[in-house]
Every structure is written in structure tokens, then in C-alpha cells.
Design a protein around this ligand. Structure first.
Ligand SMILES: Nc1ncnc2c1ncn2[C@@H]1O[C@H](COP(=O)(O)OP(=O)(O)OP(=O)(O)OP(=O)(O)OC[C@H]2O[C@@H](n3cnc4c(N)ncnc43)[C@H](O)[C@@H]2O)[C@@H](O)[C@H]1O
Length: 272
């Protein structure tokens, strides 16, 4: 039994299937961990949802910004942008069932045996692992409750950029969603920046630094596996593994086998 970790699929199901074939992935014995953004921009978002859902207990999925956006616009399809390329989900017979399944996925997942925690964008340097678990659960519980539409309607916005215990409920929820699903850069103190999307060595970055380079008061004690940041083209240091290598942007899809660290890579067409 092997554990495979893969970055943002964004509807690029043919590329995921190529990687799974390369690795001889066995859906009855192996386990696939997906770092969020199953959908958007790529050619087969609907089929990707069907494929991952059908893996049942052999897939662990966490939510990305595009998954949350899909859930939000599914109640007002006119709000979906053409470039989202998700309209086929709204008209599919099994669309409601797939969306309901997606809504019940977490923001943070921890492996039961390995020291690995998976999130879409990252874990804010302001939080301990205990806080990350607690605030992820707050969003997950609301998303799975009858009040989920309220959250999806009100989650949009770039602030607050700094965690404080006295944030209002909505501010707390927004900070949590933005840090788990949209963060890339922070200022040296750890204040979130929601605008800069380039590579860390780009001259326009200024004093911003990648969230994983901001000093934490307490190490998390687990490896954070994340996706989201396509321009980073993957990352590995002693605390973090970044897996998004820009599949949908004509670069590649990368999958890592946890047990021996082997990487599987496939070059992708330009979809976006
Ligand atoms: N609470 C909330 N508030 C607001 N929005 C919310 C939200 N919750 C969900 N959302 C959604 O999130 C979106 C905003 O998120 P953002 O994270 O701000 O924007 P995005 O560009 O749409 O994100 P994406 O996830 O596609 O990024 P990627 O790195 O692949 O690509 C980023 C850029 O990198 C570039 N890029 C890719 N590969 C590159 C490379 N190798 N080198 C250089 N640049 C590269 C691409 O051209 C692209 O422009 C909104 O559109 C909305 O749908």
C-alpha cells in the first residue's frame, strides 16, 4: 500500500490518469491525497470530481479556493467566469450529488500514521497546529451545516490580513479561508498578502516573503504538503512540500510517493 500526494488537478484528469498509470497506482490498495483545486480552468472538471469521488476511502481531498468558488457560484451559475470552465457541473445529472460531496471535504487533513498535514495554500505562520485544526474545523462545520450558503456568500474579500483573538466571527472565517486556500506571500511579520502571485525571486516582490519562510514561534512538528502556488513550480524544504507545478498553465503535474520520496511528473498542454 502506497501513499501518493498530488497538487492542483484543476480539471486536468487526463494528466492525472497518466501519472497514476506511470506509478502503477492501485485504487484498491493505494491512497491518493489531493491538495485541493480539483476543478477550474482545465478541460474535465466534472469528470475529475466523478473520478476522485469514486475512489471513496482511497482518496483524501482538501478544499482549495477554486473548489470553494465552485460551491459558491453553483447557487448562482451566472457568477461563474467563462475561464472557470465549470458550467458542465451545473447541468450534469449528478452535479448536485458531486457538489454535496465536495462541500463535505475538509480544509486540513492529517495522515493517521505519517507526520504529514495537507492544506491547499498553507498554514499561517501565526498559528500552531492546534489552532490550525481548530479554525479549519470551524469553517468545515459551518460549510457542512444548513447555514453554508451564508458562508459562501460572505467569504469573499482580502481582509483581515492579520490574526487576532478578537476578530469578529466573519473576519475570523475569512482569515481562515484566505490563509488555508489563497495565501502565498506574507510580510516578514506574517501579515497575509493576497495580491502577489509571482515567483519568490521576482523583482516585484519587494519585502514580501513566502509564507513558509516566515519564522514560526513554534515548529508545527509535521510536514505541510500544499499546492495552489503555480508560479513556485514546486517546493521542498525540511518543513514543507509544495506540489503545484502549473499543470493547467502548460507546465507539469507532479505526484510524490510519500514512502520513498519518488516523484512522478507529466508535461501538460496549455489549458488555461
Ligand atoms: N474568500 C475568497 N476571496 C476571494 N476569492 C476567493 C475566495 N475563495 C475563493 N476565491 C476564488 O479564488 C480566486 C482568487 O484566488 P487567487 O489566489 O487570488 O487568484 P487566482 O489567480 O485565481 O488563483 P489560482 O489558484 O488560479 O492561482 P495559480 O497560482 O494557479 O495562478 C496564479 C497566476 O500564476 C501565473 N503562473 C502560473 N504558472 C506560472 C509560472 N511558472 N511562472 C510565472 N507565473 C505563473 C498564472 O498566469 C496566474 O496568473 C477567485 O477567482 C475566486 O474564484
Amino acid at each position: 500500500m502506497a501513499t501518493y500526494l498530488v497538487g492542483d488537478i484543476q480539471g486536468c484528469l487526463p494528466d492525472l490518469k497518466k501519472l497514476l498509470a506511470q506509478a502503477n497506482f492501485d485504487p484498491l490498495n493505494d491512497h491518493l491525497w489531493l491538495a485541493g483545486d480539483l476543478v477550474a480552468r482545465g478541460p474535465e472538471s466534472l469528470e475529475t470530481l466523478r473520478f476522485v469521488k469514486a475512489l471513496g476511502d482511497h482518496a483524501t481531498v482538501i478544499l482549495g479556493n477554486h473548489d470553494l468558488h465552485l460551491l459558491a457560484v453553483s447557487h448562482q451559475p451566472a457568477r461563474a467566469k467563462k475561464s472557470d470552465n465549470i458550467h458542465q457541473i451545473f447541468t450534469a445529472e449528478d452535479g448536485p450529488e458531486l457538489l454535496n460531496w465536495l462541500r463535505h471535504q475538509p480544509l486540513l487533513a492529517e495522515h493517521p500514521h505519517y507526520p504529514l498535514v495537507m492544506v491547499h495554500a498553507g498554514i499561517t505562520p501565526q498559528w500552531t497546529l492546534e489552532q490550525a485544526r481548530q479554525y479549519a474545523q470551524e469553517v468545515e462545520q459551518l460549510l457542512q451545516s444548513d447555514d453554508y450558503l451564508w458562508l459562501l456568500k460572505n467569504m469573499y474579500g482580502d481582509g483581515p490580513d492579520w490574526w487576532q483573538e478578537d476578530l469578529s466571527r466573519l473576519e475570523r472565517l475569512r482569515f481562515t479561508i484566505n490563509s488555508f486556500t489563497r495565501m502565498r506571500f506574507c510580510d516578514p511579520q506574517g501579515r497575509l498578502d493576497m495580491h502577489c502571485k509571482v515567483q519568490p525571486n521576482d523583482p516585484t516582490v519587494g519585502n514580501l516573503i513566502p509564507w513558509f519562510d516566515v519564522k514560526r514561534d513554534q515548529p508545527l512538528g509535521k510536514t505541510i504538503v500544499f499546492g495552489h502556488w503555480a508560479a513556485l513550480m514546486g517546493h521542498q524544504d525540511e518543513h514543507c512540500i509544495g506540489l503545484d507545478t502549473g499543470c493547467v498553465w502548460g507546465n507539469s503535474l507532479t505526484m510524490l510517493r510519500w514512502e520513498d520520496g519518488q516523484r512522478f511528473v507529466t508535461e501538460c498542454p496549455l489549458y488555461a
